[in-house]
Design a protein around this ligand. Structure first.
Ligand code: BEZ
Length: 382
């Protein structure tokens, strides 16, 4: 790092401040095994894709570590990347539980972390840090807008289900608070053992018999696939809603026809008809032969923030931490900026229905847009 500072000083002396030099060492910390492995791989692809598209792969040295979706493993890997590999910046984290476990270490070490998924509300709320910038979403942000939206559709009673860990609790708190504030009633709900529930039958039966107008859930990855398939095979007729990870384009094909008609809210869908998104989807498809999901976009935007910070002249941990939240741009998901009060992203939330496309594959029909959703400071003092 000393060499980099000297090089930066040299470039500044030459009037070339902001010119990419040497390499920025990036610790990519994601699940490559466990229930969120597919999400980790997709974020990695999105991140690498942005560097390649910009012709900037040579500017960054990447060291990858697997969190296994386990908080103690995530913390151990963060320590290894920062203390042994001496990375300049961390990018990643899928699970809110892992982010919670890493937070104090990242803050204490003074190493910038670009959160490319984990929605843990506390990380940009009461436990915020100038070293943590989130370019994905917060758990409250994705679900809160759905409270009023559902009530406006005539839904007055909901039953909730989610995995029993930080993200499940925060996502459900987001929807239930907003739904009750709108005038709705929560008639019941359960939290299912995280990563260990293969039979959702008993929970679906309780939801069906609760008298709710709708079931509202958060599930992602392998759990989302199992849940939606079982919802279909049990023939439940209470309509299903949730946060959009439930029917992510990453794995909706594995859910099959059971996903048709499920309506959810999310910060990105690949069918957005904007020039930025159309170009992104086309280029991503050409490279990976599949439609990008929200997880790919989160990785892509994490790389955009990192490149933007380096281009602004950031050279070390402290200057990267300062420059990263200042990057804003309009990308695949629409306008994106980081709220200086919390370091959480401000972005649109799209309500989308999963529908069968003309070609017989599942696709996303955007039915509403809630613009520029921003979290309250929630106790954050930067
Ligand atoms: C979370 O743990 O924050 C999370 C995991 C998967 C999808 C969305 C959120």
């Amino acid at each position: 790092m000393r060499n980099k500072v000297a090089t930066a000083a040299l470039l500044a002396g030459l009037g070339l401040a902001g010119t990419a030099f040497a390499e920025t060492k990036v610790g990519v910390i994601l699940p490559y095994s466990g229930t969120y492995a597919a999400l980790g791989n997709e974020i990695t692809d999105g991140f690498n894709f942005a560097l390649e598209e910009a012709g900037r792969t040579a500017d960054f040295t990447i060291v990858q570590e697997d969190t296994e979706v386990k908080p103690p493993v995530g913390l151990a890997m963060a320590r290894k990347l920062v203390l042994e590999d001496e990375v300049d910046v961390l990018v990643g984290v899928v699970s809110s539980g892992v982010l919670g476990a890493m937070r104090d270490f990242v803050d204490g070490a003074g190493v910038p972390l670009i959160v490319a998924n984990a929605g843990n509300d506390g990380a940009t709320g009461e436990s915020c840090s100038p070293f943590i910038t989130r370019v994905s979403f917060s758990n409250g942000q994705v679900n809160r807008p759905m409270g009023q939206w559902l009530f406006d559709q005539g839904v007055s009673k909901i039953y909730t289900l989610a995995p029993d860990y930080a993200a499940g609790h925060q996502m459900i708190a987001g929807i239930t608070g907003a739904f009750e504030a709108a005038g709705g009633e929560i008639v019941g709900g359960e939290f299912t053992p995280f990563g260990q529930t293969s039979d959702f039958g008993p929970y679906l039966i309780n939801a069906q018999s609760s008298g709710a107008d709708a079931i509202y859930v958060f599930y992602a990855g392998g759990e989302a696939i199992s849940f939606v398939k079982q919802y279909g095979s049990f023939g439940i007729d209470t309509p299903l809603y949730g946060s959009g990870f439930l029917t992510s384009p990453l794995y909706v094909a594995a859910e099959g026809e059971a996903a048709v008609g499920v309506t959810t809210g999310l910060h990105y869908v690949p069918t957005l008809d904007t020039p930025e998104n159309v170009a992104f989807v086309e280029a991503f498809q050409a490279k990976y032969d599949r439609t990008p999901s929200e997880f790919a976009v989160q990785g892509y935007d994490a790389a955009k923030l990192l490149m933007g910070a380096v281009d602004a002249g950031a050279t070390d941990r402290a200057s990267l931490a300062e420059a990263i939240p200042q990057v804003s741009y309009t990308g695949p998901r629409g306008p994106l900026m980081i709220d200086p009060a919390t370091n959480n992203i401000v972005q649109n939330i799209y309500v989308y229905e999963t529908v069968m496309g003309d070609d017989g594959t599942l696709t996303q029909k955007v039915v509403d847009t809630i613009e520029a959703v921003q979290d309250a400071a929630n106790g954050c003092e930067m």
